[in-house]
Design a protein around this ligand. Sequence first.
Ligand SMILES: Nc1nc2c(ncn2[C@@H]2O[C@H](COP(=O)(O)OP(=O)(O)O)[C@@H](O)[C@H]2O)c(=O)[nH]1
Ligand SMILES: [Mg+2]
Length: 301
Amino acid sequence: MSEEFNLQLDDDEEECPPAGAARGWREGLPPRPGGIDPPGTNTAELSAFADEVTRTRDRIVILGRRGAGKTVFLARLYQELWRRTEGLQARALDGNAHQRFMECIEAMGNGRWPEATLAQRWADLELRYGSRIWTLRVLDYPGEVFRRAFVEGAEDDAADMLRSHVDAAAAVLVLIDPVAARSGSLEASVDAEFGMSAALRRVHERAGDHAVPVAVVLTKCDVALPHINEAGGARQYLESHLPGLVRDGGVFRVFASSAVRAQADALGTLRPVPEKDALGIVQPLQWCLKCLARESGGEAL
Ligand SMILES: Nc1nc2c(ncn2[C@@H]2O[C@H](COP(=O)(O)OP(=O)(O)O)[C@@H](O)[C@H]2O)c(=O)[nH]1
Ligand SMILES: [Mg+2]
């Protein structure tokens, strides 16, 4: 139970996906109809694959359709972790990137949401915990690119780029706007759900014995909570509105977040109120890092 949101989340709060979870999940899947080749299932192939995975999975990837709340989430996460002097900390890769995060925070301080175009030039974050350094990378593509990349196996640049980032993910945060998932356009939600399910399926298929932690983060819970509660809780919400994601998304944990609280102004427009604390933005990441540390026998968070 999340005290902050009075919302039913997963019971096994601390549970990381067990090693081999992805393999067990994969074995239960029906044969794959064309497109992307899963790794073989014999032991030698799997262990070669696992070695490859350890070498190349060096980043934490944030996925989410346009408008899911990625830019706001990342800026607020940065604001929180940049100030920290111990534990999990973050720094932008250069001064320009730092400035863009701060501009986003400043805009919200003035009652404006960040420009959607910021997405194009959004930067990675470097996360530090003790001696470990991870890159946190946001992938901002429309739903149809997800579909092309993961469902149709298209070879264009955007699809190639998206697949290569997803294949390098040591952990994945999937951001979902619960209101849009319920009431957005049919085309957009079909692409987003189908494409996202296929992306997660690929992550798990290619992970070998290395279970890649996947955190599904319901965003904007300051306004979305009634919709989620109406469904009976976070997981039930996903089951009724994004069933394909639940079925094909493999092992994941659900989190609820509100990066910025919104309040209606005199005209009824929702404006950001960044003076109020963000809720639930560090936990999904912390959980992923904890799972990664456990898997590599490294420092616990
Ligand atoms: N109420 C509320 N609205 C949010 C929150 N985060 C984002 N939004 C709204 O969602 C819109 C899209 O967010 P953005 O971060 O730009 O999405 P992106 O396209 O995934 O980067 C914003 O302009 C806000 O209107 C939040 O935490 N709470
Ligand atoms: Mg954005």
